[in-house]
Design a protein around this ligand. Structure first.
Ligand code: FES
Ligand SMILES: [Fe+2]
Length: 355
């Protein structure tokens, strides 16, 4: 049975896949200081040890639940700001003032955390963190490629609206008119494919003009074949690949050549709670790896485009929350609805396994 948008968001408990890595912050933003964050509805406190290792703990003292982020960071441990219970980077209690014995229940939950690609990743589930499941970015070490240092936006919408958007190549025709829209983006049929890790919506638009954002970046002139590859991996990592190659050289059997331009946008949609998402991204390209001006223009263009998405998706969230009538679906929603259904099944299985 087809799933609808409002069926796919039912309650807080079945909203998030927990045994997964989520981007919690840009690595550079995490310092040797206590910083409160909310991830998947959980309050956490984040800091870096003197040795530079990231620490993520539940932001609540087990005594009277004062947020530990209101306490003091002393060397690598936290002293609670109310009665001085002290917790190390693993969440173990080191000291309980006014008594000799540390209560065995004085434990703070700690979340596995790791820095990669300039991002701080946190494992939010109960199962052992699986480091091999962390995203692998191809060509990240290749000097011919460049990857931006990352950026983020706070969006007042459920993360699934951002996921929908990143499985919907058609929206660029209306939302990104001055950047990504070009003939063919409004009506070329879409291909939907399930993969082991998620789902891909894609299409080749052949013999077209490059859109304004990409025109100055290409290394060839004239018409092009354009690939829009919109992929989302469970639970909410969206990989958006744009390929432009000289007309006649694109299509399903496409082979990368020096002339072809590739831009891969990695988007990380971290649920803050059911109504808010922190949207992180990185952009990777296969040209001009040391050209700062190109990097600047891509960084600026990406932020501008994602602000356009943010405005739409915040209003969509509000609109769907407010109306009584069900939103209708179109053919272009096929990928997003299928992904929601598959993710919902995974969340359900996970929640049954942890009962
Ligand atoms: S609330 Fe933390 S020690 Fe009392
Ligand atoms: Fe967009």
């Amino acid at each position: 049975m087809a799933i609808t948008i409002e069926q796919s968001i039912t309650s807080n408990s079945d909203l998030f896949l927990k045994n997964a890595w989520y981007v919690a912050a840009l690595s550079d933003a995490v310092k040797h200081e206590l910083t409160p964050l909310k991830l998947l509805g959980n309050d956490v406190v984040v800091y870096r040890t003197n040795a530079g290792l990231p620490v993520v703990l539940e932001d609540a003292c087990p005594h009277r639940k004062l947020p530990l982020s209101m306490g003091r960071l002393i060397d690598d441990y936290i002293e609670c700001g109310y009665h001085g219970l002290c917790f190390d980077a693993s969440g173990n209690c080191l000291k309980a003032p006014t008594q000799d014995r540390v209560p065995p229940t004085a434990i703070v939950k700690s979340y596995p955390a790791v820095d990669r690609y300039g991002l701080l990743w946190v494992w939010m589930g109960e199962q052992d963190a699986n480091e091999s499941s962390l995203l692998f970015i191809e060509n990240a070490e290749d000097p011919a490629w460049h990857i931006t240092s990352g950026d983020f936006l706070d969006c007042r919408c459920n993360y699934l609206y951002l996921v929908d958007n990143l499985l919907d190549p058609s929206h660029v025709a209306w939302v990104h008119k001055d950047s990504f829209a070009a003939k063919g983006t409004e009506d070329t049929p879409l291909d939907v494919q399930e993969s082991e890790d998620g789902l891909i919506v894609s299409r080749w638009i052949n013999n077209c003009d490059a859109p304004p954002f990409y025109q100055p970046l290409l290394k060839f002139s004239g018409k092009c074949d354009r690939l829009q590859h919109y992929e989302v991996r469970y639970p909410s990592i969206a990989i958006n690949k744009s390929v432009y190659c000289p007309v006649g050289t694109g299509g399903p059997n496409w082979n990368p050549s020096e002339e072809c331009y590739e831009m891969i946008s990695y988007n990380f949609l971290t649920p803050v709670d059911e109504n808010n998402t922190r949207y992180f991204w990185l952009q990777q390209r296969n040209t001009d790896p040391s050209d700062e001006a190109v990097t600047k223009s891509i960084t600026k263009g990406a932020r501008q485009a994602f602000l356009e998405d943010k405005a739409i998706l915040e209003a969509v969230h509000l609109g769907i929350t407010r109306t009584k009538n069900r939103p209708i679906n179109l053919a272009l929603d096929a990928g997003a609805l299928r992904f929601r259904s598959l993710l919902k099944q995974r969340i359900k299985t996970e929640s049954q396994e942890t009962k």
